[in-house]
Design a protein around this ligand. Structure first.
Ligand SMILES: *Cc1c(COP(=O)(O)O)cnc(C)c1O
Length: 482
């Protein structure tokens, strides 16, 4: 198309004012402020202009521009942070908010949100209290630690520990543990941010105790161990245990003491996922618990609140009373402190761990991880049966297949969790199309898996209430093809 033709078409684009006066847009005028509607109309006109400029449209459709304005305007009325249905089988799904909270935690959050609370008030002393008190004794009871502190998330916890104990000094870390967790949490970046000088030892696949020994200088303040939580280096590999780091640190610390030097080397493990209990006896969930990591020889261990713990977003550090009290005084502890709603959720979640008999039932993340394969299969069969009532054989074939679910959230990377998926093989329509419809058009977005041109709903991360919602949404998809 000639440039002059394009500019002729562009001239036919409506003014924003004209779009606002169209029947569709004026029809929703009462729902939204004028400025929001104007912005949407302008965006719709701009979008139309783009399609003309890139040659994909050759005429101006003012009705379509008005409709587009309405779609944009109505979208602004919808909350942005919404419930979704997780049919991916990834239990701790970072993009989907990781751990749904236990009912007890939800109730505690609601109460803390609605009223004044004892956030920093000690009723026994009738005086100012500390927000740390609500959870510290629980974490200690559950891990065997002497003291604990919780902050905004585990990335924050790691940064705070490095800042307090390694800033201006050297922190030794294995090249096999220089992990990136995603969302720009990279160990070298966190080191730089906290002014610790990172000393890398070993190679990607092998690091020996002697590597740590050789790396020690008078400037060494820390051995950092990072749980390689979202990947495994397999094959010809070796890493150094916390217990071996402890021995090297103790030997050096004894030398320093004799020389009258009070600075010592701390062993700190960033555990990431942080399980408080062993999940099932089958040996598949072989992660060490937080308490075990501490007893293996660490001075400090940090872990997330919303991964395997199944609580709210938080980062917890455990260790000796002396070290934790230094963290409590660090300005970062104030900057990164938990708010009352998170504290309420965390306390309530931790309380559920006091009863090991019921914790896996009550904490949804633990429940999803440990539910028996039979029960998951029964839920998949129930969904398949319901779908059969909604979907015709000339639209899609429906069956239930064995699959593998994942813990996710950088937890248990090598652990295959047996699961069952409902599989839709399309006779009409297509998997990609249906997937897009379920995410973008259905009332509650449904995040499914796609495999071999099939849409799959993993029953391990579904609850029974989700089943009718999925049926309605899939039906609505096939209705769009009619
Ligand atoms: C997940 C993870 C982090 C980050 O924890 P957040 O709570 O998401 O901030 C840090 N280190 C490791 C090893 C992790 O697995």
């Amino acid at each position: 198309m000639k440039a002059s033709d394009k500019s002729n078409i562009l001239r036919q684009l409506p003014q924003v004012e004209e779009v606002l006066q169209s029947p569709q847009v004026s029809g929703i005028g009462a729902l939204l402020p004028h400025s929001v509607l104007s912005d949407c109309a302008r965006a719709a006109v701009d979008a139309a202009r783009k399609t003309i400029l890139d040659g994909s449209t050759q005429e101006v459709d003012t009705t379509a521009i008005a409709d587009d304005t309405c779609v944009r305007a109505l979208a602004t009325l919808r909350p942005s942070l919404r419930r979704v249905i997780n049919a991916t089988g990834v239990v701790v799904h970072t993009n989907l908010g990781r751990s749904p909270l236990a009912e007890e935690a939800i109730a505690a959050v609601t109460e803390a949100a609605r009223s004044y609370s004892t956030l920093e008030y000690n009723t026994g002393k009738m005086a100012r209290g500390s927000r740390h008190e609500h959870i510290e004794h629980l974490i200690c009871a559950l891990t065997g630690a002497e003291a604990a502190i919780a902050v905004n998330n585990n990335a924050a916890a790691v940064m705070m520990v490095l800042t307090e104990f390694a800033a201006g000094h050297e922190a030794v870390v294995s090249r096999g543990e220089l992990v990136e967790i995603g969302g720009s949490f990279r160990i070298p970046d966190i080191m730089a941010q906290s002014n610790a000088r990172m000393v890398e030892v070993g190679t990607t696949n092998k690091t020996h105790a002697a590597d740590y020994e050789r790396a020690v200088t008078p400037e060494t303040a820390m051995f950092l161990k990072v749980h390689t939580s979202n990947y495994r280096v397999v094959g010809f590999t070796e890493s150094v245990s916390a217990a071996d780091m402890r021995k090297i640190a103790d030997a050096e610390n004894a030398r320093r003491k004799d020389a009258g030097d009070t600075g010592r080397i701390l062993v700190f493990e960033d555990l990431g996922s942080g399980a408080l209990v062993h999940l099932g006896g089958s040996g598949v969930f072989s992660e060490p618990t937080v308490g075990e990591s501490l007893r293996a020889g660490c001075d400090l261990v940090s872990f997330s609140g919303d991964k395997l713990l199944g609580g709210p977003q938080a980062g917890i550090v455990i260790g000796s009373a002396e070290l934790i009290s230094r963290l409590k005084k660090n300005p970062l502890a104030r900057a990164l402190r938990l708010d009352k709603m998170t504290l309420a959720a965390l306390e309530a979640t931790l309380r559920l761990y006091l009863d090991p008999e019921t914790v896996c039932e009550k904490v949804p993340t633990l429940h999803m991880l440990t539910e028996s394969a039979d029960k998951v299969q029964a839920r998949a069969e129930a969904l398949a049966k319901q779908l059969h009532r909604y979907i015709k054989a000339r639209e899609a074939h429906i069956d239930v297949i064995d699959e593998v679910a994942r813990a996710g959230g950088g937890s248990l990377p090598m652990t295959d969790i047996p699961t069952s998926c409902v599989r839709l093989q399309f006779v009409k329509g297509a998997a990609q199309d249906c997937e897009e419809y379920l995410v973008q058009q259905s009332k509650v977005p449904i995040i499914a898996r796609i495999k071999n041109e099939c849409v799959m709903f993993d029953a391990r991360t579904l609850s029974d209430e989700n089943l009718p919602e999925i049926c309605t949404a899939v039906r609505a998809y096939f209705d769009t093809l009619a």
